[in-house]
Design a protein around this ligand. Structure first.
Ligand code: GTP
Ligand code: MG
Length: 171
């Protein structure tokens, strides 16, 4: 039997970028075209095998992106060891919001927090408003993991969580 390491992970980002959809894809391998906006926050767990003797179990807080819930966010990121900051590749404003979340995390969260930036809705390439180069450059500069993904098709969703798991202190 191997070792299991638990980490608290928080998802942040503007409403409707697909935070809950990414979690549903990761936890249940499901997608819903008409998902309801999250109220407050929702909690999930999911494990990722890192190697033959190591498993990372994420305790996931899926926060609500609507403006009226903004003041709750610090409660969820304060003791998080990892954060997934999501934007929608078809909505430039959501990328600006994501950058603001990164800044807030880098100022207020645990200094060792592992942050992943995720451009979701990668299946909507014809409506793209944020280039991969721009996001990758920002992610490099801000020392973030970066993935473009699609909760709808499942592209890069498991890869995203696995890349975070590999970055965590496993000892
Ligand atoms: P809040 O809970 O309000 O913060 O929103 P959220 O970020 O959790 O977004 P949610 O997962 O509810 O998704 C919003 C809408 O986008 C839903 O109608 C989803 O079906 C759709 N959606 C989510 N991910 C994708 C994706 O990868 N591709 C496409 N085409 N649509 C997506
Ligand atoms: Mg949601």
């Amino acid at each position: 039997a191997g070792k299991v390491f638990n980490f608290k992970l928080v998802l942040l980002g503007e409403s409707a970028v697909g935070k809950s959809s990414l979690v549903m894809r990761f936890v249940k391998d499901q997608f819903d075209d008409f998902r309801e906006s999250t109220i407050g926050a929702a909690f999930f767990t999911q494990s990722v095998p890192v190697d033959d003797n190591t498993t990372v179990k994420f305790e996931i807080w899926d926060t609500a992106g609507q403006e009226r819930y903004k003041s709750l966010a610090p409660m969820y990121y304060r003791n998080a060891q990892c954060a997934v900051v999501v934007y929608d590749i078809t909505q430039a404003a959501s990328f600006e919001k994501a950058k603001n979340w990164v800044k807030e995390l880098q100022r207020q969260a645990d200094p060792d927090i592992v942050i992943a930036l995720v451009g979701n809705k990668n299946d909507l390439a014809s409506r793209r408003a944020v280039t991969t180069d721009e996001s990758q450059a920002y992610a490099n500069e801000a020392h973030l993991l970066f993935q473009e993904a699609s909760a709808k098709t499942g592209a890069n969703v498991n890869e995203l969580f696995k890349s975070i798991a590999k970055k965590m202190p496993l000892e």
